[in-house]
Design a protein around this ligand. Structure first.
Ligand SMILES: [Zn+2]
Length: 295
């Protein structure tokens, strides 16, 4: 059975670096968790896939966040990913109506609108690296391409695709990145351009059952390459009851007691995975007592 994973490769002439990922199951997981409508699924799925690609390029132990802040109806998309292929994310407005463009396709650009793409890379030790670029199309793949070229000064091409089924589930999702390394020759560049022109739709290739290796064979056709790294991909959240309880205390004791009085319990949902955590009166007393101890 095909499953989600991500690979990174380099051509043996050391002129090109490439990443390919199948993310169908991870995007499906996100669709179910957030109950996204098709255009929101497509936008969030592209962002999750793009996040996995950015996360694959960072050093081990690092984590990235990808933040798309647009003025369209989706509002904001936030994705966290790491080098291990773990990803999570959400969109502010998961259930917007169908938006289709003139070609009858889901119009992600219109749903995202104009705004900014910001990438943060957190090493966990120093100040995080942050790079931000204006959204040039809202289609996300073009915006990431622009980010790599402009903010990281690495000429790149990014393809991201999500195919939504009639029952709202995700039929196929995946993506690729290819980057020119400093020694890339003119011949390499023009060959790569030909290859890129051949790849019409990354989601169609995933739907056909192509593996990430087979996608790289198309992308890097005419070049020898070696796969340097491979990681399983999964939608995985970091939330747990203790973290959410800590979040509850940040509301302040008065606020928590008000909610408890009104609703008989405190319910907090994790933004990233939409899981609900409930705390009854006894739990709340424990949490408050513990937070006083800690201070
Ligand atoms: Zn969560």
């Amino acid at each position: 059975m095909t499953q989600d994973y991500i690979i990174r490769a380099m051509t043996t002439n050391k002129e090109l670096r490439a990443v390919a990922v199948r993310s169908t199951d991870a995007v499906n997981h996100a669709q179910q968790a957030h109950q996204t409508t098709p255009v929101a699924t497509a936008a969030l799925g592209r962002a999750l896939t793009g996040g996995l690609i950015v996360g694959n390029l960072v050093k081990s132990g690092m984590e990235i966040s990808l933040d798309i802040m647009g003025d369209g109806p989706l509002k904001r998309i936030i994705v966290n990913a790491n080098y291990k292929g773990e990803v999570r994310g959400y969109v502010s407005n998961p259930n917007i109506d169908f938006i289709k463009n003139e070609a009858g396709k889901l119009d992600v650009a219109q749903a995202v609108g104009k705004g900014y793409l910001t990438i943060k890379k957190d090493l966990g030790i120093k100040e995080p690296y942050t790079g931000s670029v204006p959204l040039i199309s809202g289609e996300i793949a073009e915006d990431l391409t622009y980010y790599f070229t402009k903010s990281e000064q690495t000429p790149s091409a990014v393809g991201l695709g999500v195919l939504v089924d009639t029952d709202l589930s995700v039929k196929a999702a995946g993506g690729f990145l290819v980057q020119l390394l400093p020694d890339a020759s003119e011949e390499t560049i023009s060959r790569l351009e030909e290859n890129l022109a051949e790849i019409k739709s990354i989601s169609a290739l995933i739907e056909k059952g192509l593996t990430p290796e087979e996608i790289l064979e198309k992308l890097l056709d005419g070049f020898e390459f070696r796969v340097l790294e491979q990681a399983d991909v999964k939608f995985k959240c970091k939330c747990n009851r203790d973290r959410i309880a800590a979040l509850a205390t940040s509301l302040g004791e008065d606020e928590i007691r008000d909610i408890l009085e009104e609703q008989g319990k405190v319910e907090i949902r994790c933004h990233f995975c939409n899981q609900s955590y409930q705390f009854d009166e006894e739990n709340i007393e424990e949490i408050l007592a513990k937070s006083k101890e800690d201070n």
